[in-house]
Design a protein around this ligand. Structure first.
Ligand code: NAI
Length: 403
């Protein structure tokens, strides 16, 4: 049984201070540790912890999950590869992340890069730092009126489309899914169409395995001569050596790359790439989404989802749990039952309630492949023995009551 003011939270990896503020405001106890912890230290620390907040460094494996009583994990980042989501699922640990909190930051960097590249600003600045005054309008253009081809019209691609159009660009996009065009953007039926017709190409597909080397020599060949090329999505999506060759031979007149197939894991590791020292090539160290605003948004988003989960049972936008949006809990108790996805469990819950003469105020069920999530709101009075009965239903993974 969880009492809200006793919920204990451990935040690792220097999560933005808003997270702590939100949890404290809601009566939770918070401990902050600035670094990530290894398996052994983490397991020790997790005794009596209900909720863990991490960023991308802390690895959450089966052993950690099995040796804790976590109810939820907040991934204060976009990706959740560092967490064994399946094990979380079958142990009833709900995981939340912040998939959209840095969308705007990536889009702004893409826009800025396009303008810098089409004006050759980056190289001109480097020259001026070396004392060379190269004032010229040659090969300098506005982005207004240019055709921007966006590959991957998801959260980032679609937002880029809106901003680019508002700056006078003509937007073409290609997505493998049927995505609705925003504004006057034109959908291309094939990627080939987009590659052939765009002045600037920006990649915003997700990192699924089948997108490995989506853009290689064949695709570069289809592009217009002098095209500007941006990749701020994932490193393995572009054949970097082919990109380098195409920049060197002038097929690509400018490139902005934020992500690489091999990114250094630590600050002390050197970065080595065939893209270094190429003309009109802006290289950034995977910082597309790294802004103070994005960190603040992430802290707010994930913490509020967790508070809502703890206070109301809502699992909306959880990465691994069946997503349930529940009404606010008013004047009743909420029984939260998590179980393996086997037939007949809802019937068993209701049988126990009926036999104990308990009136159901509202009931909600959602399942995924592995688990079922049942919420039952009941009127105030109940005999405590039903808790034991509900907990002992076969295939129960977790149970708690909200007051
Ligand atoms: P999203 O999942 O909302 O959108 C991806 C879109 O790409 C989807 O509409 C999908 O249907 C489409 N897609 C997938 N494969 C495709 C293909 N082969 N051809 C055409 N369309 C395809 O993802 P979101 O949030 O827009 O992120 C886009 C990319 O940006 C991701 O790879 C993400 O990891 C990356 N990213 C990079 C950041 C950075 O710091 N540079 C920060 C945030 C995200």
């Amino acid at each position: 049984m969880v009492k809200m003011n006793k919920t204990k939270i451990l935040l690792l990896e220097n999560i933005h201070k808003n997270a702590e503020l939100i949890f404290r405001k809601n009566g939770f106890e918070v401990e902050n540790i600035s670094e990530s912890l290894n398996e052994e230290k983490l397991i020790k620390k997790l005794q009596n912890i209900d909720i863990l907040g991490i960023r991308s460094k802390t690895q959450i494996n089966e052993k950690i999950i099995n040796n804790s009583n976590l109810k939820a994990i907040g991934a204060y980042c976009i990706g959740t590869n560092q967490i064994d989501l399946y094990k979380c699922n079958i142990k009833g640990v709900t995981v939340f992340n912040a998939p959209y909190s840095n969308t705007r930051s990536v889009v702004e960097l893409a826009i800025g890069n396009m303008i810098f590249l089409i004006r050759g600003i980056f190289d001109k600045s480097l020259e001026l730092h070396r004392g060379i005054w190269n004032k010229s309008a040659k090969n300098n253009y506005e982005i207004r009126g240019k055709k921007l081809g966006i590959i991957g019209y998801g959260n980032i691609g679609a937002q880029l489309s809106v901003l680019a159009e508002s700056m006078g660009m003509k937007v073409l996009y290609y997505d493998i899914e049927d995505k609705l065009a925003l504004g006057n953007a034109k959908r291309c039926d094939t990627m080939e169409d987009l590659l052939k017709n765009s002045d600037i190409i920006s990649i915003h597909v997700d990192g699924r395995e089948s997108n490995k080397q989506l853009i290689g020599n064949k695709e570069f060949k289809l592009m217009k001569d002098g095209v500007i090329f941006l990749n701020l999505s994932r490193g393995h999506i572009v054949d970097v050596d082919q990109l380098s060759e195409n920049i060197q031979k002038g097929k690509i007149s400018g490139a902005a790359i934020d992500v690489y197939p091999n990114e250094p894991g630590k600050y002390t590791e050197d970065f080595i790439s065939s893209l270094q020292k190429l003309p009109n090539t802006i290289l950034t160290p995977h910082i597309g989404g790294s802004t103070v605003e994005a960190q603040t948004n992430i802290a707010n988003f994930v913490s509020e989802k967790i508070v809502d989960f703890m206070n109301n049972g809502n699992t909306v936008s959880s990465v691994n749990f069946p997503n349930l949006r529940l009404p606010e809990l008013v004047n009743s108790h909420r029984l939260i039952h998590i179980h393996k996805n086997k037939p007949g469990i809802l019937a068993e819950i209701n049988h126990i309630l009926a036999k104990n003469n308990i009136n159901i105020d509202g009931q909600y069920l959602k399942t995924n492949l592995d688990i079922g999530y049942v919420i039952t709101d009941i009127f105030k009075k109940y005999d405590k023995k039903i808790i034991v009965e509900l907990q002992s239903i076969k295939n129960t993974i977790g149970f708690r009551i909200l007051y």
